[in-house]
Each structure stands twice: as C-alpha cells, then as structure tokens.
Design a protein around this ligand. Structure first.
Ligand code: PMV
Length: 325
C-alpha cells in the first residue's frame, strides 16, 4: 500500500547539562541523564513516504542524495519503524536543514527528531511523544530531547522503555536567549559517537563526570523553575568545560576547541567582568553558544559582531517541540 507523504518539523537543542557517553551503543542508552533548551532558529523539515515500488530506501538531505554509508543511521530508524508498523516497503525521505548558512551547528538532533515524527506517521503509527522520543534516540542521542520544546530532560533509564525525554518547562516565558557564534563552519573532525566512546573507555575522569552530571541536574532544575539566571549560567558553563575535559583526558586526547573558541570564551569572561551577565557552552565542535538575558542581547551581539562580523552572530530563543505540517 502506497502511503501519503508526511512532513514533520523539529528544532535543534543545546544541552545545558551534557550527554557524553553511551552505556549501550545498540539501544543508544546514555551513561547519564542530560538537560537541554530547544532553540527556535534552527530546525529540520523532513518528508517521508513509503512506496512498495521502491527497491531500497532513498534519502535526500538538502537536495543531495545520500549514499548507502551516509544514509545508514536514517535507514536504521526506518527499519525500527517498519518493524513496529509490521510492513516491509521502502521509503523516500527528503530532509531540509534550516540552519543559517554555514552555522556549523549540530543538525542531528533536529534531523532524527523530525525523521521519527515523519516516518512513524507515514507508516501509519500514532506514537505518543514519549515513544517518539525513544525512537529518535535510536538515530542520535541528542534527538531524544528535540521531540519537545523549551527546557527538556532526557532520563538515562536502564533499557529501551525507560530512556526517553520529558519537558521540564514548555513554553518558556523567561526572557532568555542563546547567541550562537559561528567560529568555524567546517564539519567536526572527531564525531561525537567516536569521541564519547573514547572518553568513556579511556578518561580516568569519567567516574567523576557522572557525579558532576548528577550534581548539576539536581541544582539546575530548581534554578530553571525559579528563573535563577546566575545559577543556571554557572552550571551550564562549568558543565560544558567538564565535558570537554573528557576529551583532553582521553587517550588519544582530542579537542573540539580552536583558537577562536578560546578567544571567544575570554570575551565572555571580559563581558562578565564589565557587568554583562552571560555564560558559554559548546558541543562537539568549536562554535560557542552564549546564554544570556534578552535585556543584555544588544551589548553582547554588538561586541561579537565587532569581533567576528554580523553574519557570524545568530540570536536564538527557546523553541517549540515536534510538529507536523
Ligand atoms: O546526539 P549526538 O550523538 O551527536 O551527541 C551529542 C553530544 C553533545 O551535543 C555534545 C551533548 C548533548 O547532550 O547534546
């Protein structure tokens, strides 16, 4: 049976308490829980249609057809959907990432969340948000959280059923923003998948990281609910640095920082010293994201636009969860 095409949209998210390490690579269970903020500016639209006349899945991203290797994670999620829907036909998948030009921001979170939404409905499934979150998890860990808007927690769980995300607050009325700095638009050299595995296996600091995450989650959740900007900022900045300490302490060591990353970190500290409250975080790449209050956006964007150029500074706000078009 040919199905009609279904299109879903999901936004990317930035982790405030990071996920860095799997406990089970097949089920994509993480070592720890994590917490993020979904962003309005960056999203993926994905259309899926199953078609019995196809002899293989066809996957197109930003109008470029992916080969078998590049499409393997997408096909893995499609296989899970087919198994749940009890069908065997292949699908046509077309995905567009709406991420500002060369922003170098991770799109796997929005991509796999949108895929879970579009593929499940196209296959005739009507999954709950929790089950969509579990399905997105099988494509990319951070996608588990992109099913939801606002502040979102991914509960690590201990098996496929218990590892899913849940919104902490959505929608967010707190006037906060995230300023994304484009410091290097190129693809990361060490994939998060490979990097986090090296950290789990070789960093002597990994047991300490698990304690850090437990502590940070316990402190940041009430601080978010209280709109305690300073506590949230301090936790997200120290958490990011401690995650990146797992890259430097791995064997072989690796790093996602470049010279511009270190300079921008110093500028954030300089801004703070002059009374502009702001805190940075970053994922598996060199681009900094700066957490701030909306009232301080003019001072922060002016400073970085002067240093980097206007197009390298993108302002994002809390964004929504998965939707269908
Ligand atoms: O979703 P993945 O497997 O690409 O891992 C994402 C890891 C970080 O972005 C660095 C942290 C996080 O929690 O999103």
């Amino acid at each position: 049976m040919m199905t009609t095409a279904v299109t879903a949209r999901a936004h990317t998210n930035i982790a405030l308490v990071k996920y860095w390490g799997k406990a089970d690579a097949t089920l994509m269970l993480p070592q720890t829980s994590s917490l993020s903020l979904t962003l309005d500016q960056f999203y993926t639209d994905t259309t899926v249609a199953f078609d019995p006349t196809l002899t293989a899945d066809q996957v197109t991203v930003n109008q470029v057809r992916l080969d078998e290797h590049a499409s393997r994670k997408v096909r893995h999620v499609l296989d899970l959907v087919r198994a749940q829907a009890n069908r065997a036909d292949f699908a046509r998948v077309s995905s567009t990432n709406h991420v500002p030009m060369a922003a170098g921001l991770a799109s796997s979170a929005s991509a796999f969340a949108a895929l879970a939404g579009a593929a499940s409905r196209a296959a005739g499934l009507d999954l709950s948000s929790r089950d969509l979150s579990r399905l997105a998890r099988r494509g990319s860990g951070s996608a588990t959280r992109s099913i939801f808007g606002g502040f979102v927690e991914w509960h690590a769980g201990h098996d496929d059923a218990s590892s899913y995300a849940e919104p902490l607050i959505d929608p967010v009325t707190w006037p906060i923003a995230m300023v994304a700095l484009v410091l290097d638009p190129h693809r990361k050299k060490v994939s998060s998948r490979q990097g986090m595995q090296t950290s789990v296996v070789t960093s002597p600091y990994y047991p300490a990281w698990k304690q850090v995450v437990a502590h940070d989650l316990a402190v940041i959740k009430p601080a978010i609910l209280d709109q305690d900007f300073t506590t949230v900022g301090e936790i997200l900045e120290t958490n990011a640095m401690r995650m990146h300490a797992l890259t430097l302490s791995a064997n072989p060591a690796y790093s996602y920082f470049n010279g511009a990353t270190l300079q921008a970190m110093q500028t954030v500290r300089d801004l703070r010293a002059t009374g502009v409250a702001c805190y940075y975080t970053l994922d598996a790449g060199p681009n900094l994201k700066i957490f701030c209050q909306v009232a301080d956006l003019p001072a922060i964007t002016a400073r970085f636009r002067q240093d980097l150029g206007a197009e390298q500074v993108i302002v994002a706000h809390p964004g929504p969860g998965l939707s269908w078009r």
